[in-house]
Design a protein around this ligand. Structure first.
Ligand SMILES: C[S@@+](CC[C@H](N)C(=O)[O-])C[C@H]1O[C@@H](n2cnc3c(N)ncnc32)[C@H](O)[C@@H]1O
Length: 356
């Protein structure tokens, strides 16, 4: 799926699934509560939010949302199933010492990477403690706001971010990438994976009258009123470059929602992505609509009525919707490259001899 993504063919047997996609509704939740103020968070409209920083982050941190993170982790593993390493694409050293996962959520990526590199320390940082009861001994979870000044002493070989869309304003993103640059070893890598919250269809089956058609633009407008745009997938590449990273790579994805694709891998991804949407929906919508909805903030009940309509469309096999995703990975210059850059900067331009 490298470079420009190809059109996704629709499974011709799809219409035999008369009941829609209901069979994948029943993902189980398994979260253990941690008795501390931080873990109690802040409750609003029936959802739990982080409580360590004053400015709100739009997403809840509760059982339901952790379940959504876990399903999405599986979606990303499935779409890159044919890659040598579906967890990340950056060609990091074979023996990394320190790896950082920013906004680790449920910690699934950090745990898998810790298992992959048993001699590395993999740190997952988040504003809410990940609900894990067991982790590999080389995996460490920390609660902190990554937009504050970093205090980690050891340099990192690799820094990873996933689904951090809408977490920061442009200055916040610049500060974050700059801190990541400074904290990496020369030659170390950064990688970020993001989704576009807008939905598309290639066969016109997603129509302007559908709620799902306006879904993405609505949430982008809400996030922009909140001052932290969800269009991170569009801005991250340039922002990463601006921080000084080189050797910048990008891979684009199309991820179906629902098992409508003919291709087996995409069908599996779509099946999971349907479950991800069903589980994640309310958490994506509640804070943004009740604080920044239009024409005025919505009530909890208005959000729930809207979500019921969205759920009905999600399980309609006649709608062949998909989301775009982007993965960007880039390298901090090596010591030699930095020295060469510096030498070039110091070079005195040679003045041309005046012609006689
Ligand atoms: C959409 S979730 C993605 C979780 C995880 N990266 C994944 O892919 O499953 C975004 C995560 O970023 C965390 N987050 C948001 N702002 C943060 C900040 N300033 N510092 C640390 N974590 C933050 C949230 O608490 C949430 O767990």
């Amino acid at each position: 799926m490298a470079g420009k993504a190809e059109e996704i063919a629709v499974d011709p047997d799809l219409y035999s699934m008369a009941a829609g996609y209901g069979a994948v509704d029943d993902f189980q939740s398994e979260t253990t509560s941690i008795a501390s103020n931080i873990a109690r968070g802040r409750l609003e409209n029936g959802r739990r939010y982080q409580a360590i920083k004053e400015d709100d982050y739009w997403g809840p941190s509760d059982d339901q949302q952790f379940e959504a993170f876990e399903i999405c982790h599986l979606v990303f593993l499935v779409v890159d199933h044919n890659e040598p390493n579906p967890l990340f694409h950056a060609p990091i050293t074979e023996t990394p010492k320190n790896i950082l996962d920013i906004g680790t959520g449920k910690g699934s990526w950090a745990i898998d990477v810790a298992d992959m590199y048993p001699t590395a320390t993999v740190r997952g940082v988040d504003i809410f403690p990940p609900p894990v009861t067991w982790m590999p001994p080389n995996c460490v979870f920390e609660v902190d706001d990554v937009n504050r000044e970093w205090t980690w002493r050891e340099p990192f070989d690799f820094i990873h971010l996933r689904l951090m869309y809408g977490a920061f304003d442009p200055e916040g993103w610049d500060r974050l990438y700059q801190q990541a640059y400074d904290a990496l070893e020369p030659g170390g890598w950064i990688e970020q994976m993001e989704l576009d919250v807008r939905l598309y269809s290639e066969d016109g089956s997603l129509k302007p009258e559908h709620q799902l058609y306006g879904w993405g633009p609505l949430f982008i407008r809400c996030s922009e009123r909140a001052g932290r745009s969800l269009r991170t997938h569009e801005t991250m590449r340039d922002a990463i470059k601006k921080a000084g990273f080189v050797d910048v790579h990008e891979k684009k994805y199309k991820i179906p929602i629902g098992p409508w694709a003919k291709d087996k891998l995409l069908k599996e991804a779509g099946h999971l992505q349907y479950a991800h949407w069903n589980t994640g929906l309310e958490g994506w919508a509640m804070w943004l609509l009740t604080h920044f909805g239009e024409p005025k903030p919505w009530t909890k009940e208005e959000v729930q009525v809207f979500l019921a309509k969205v759920r009905a469309e999600l399980k309609n096999p006649a709608i062949h919707a998909f989301e775009h995703g982007n993965r960007v990975w880039a390298r901090k210059p090596t010591r030699e490259e930095m020295a060469a850059r510096e030498a070039k900067g110091k070079e005195v331009p040679v003045k041309a001899e005046p012609s006689t």
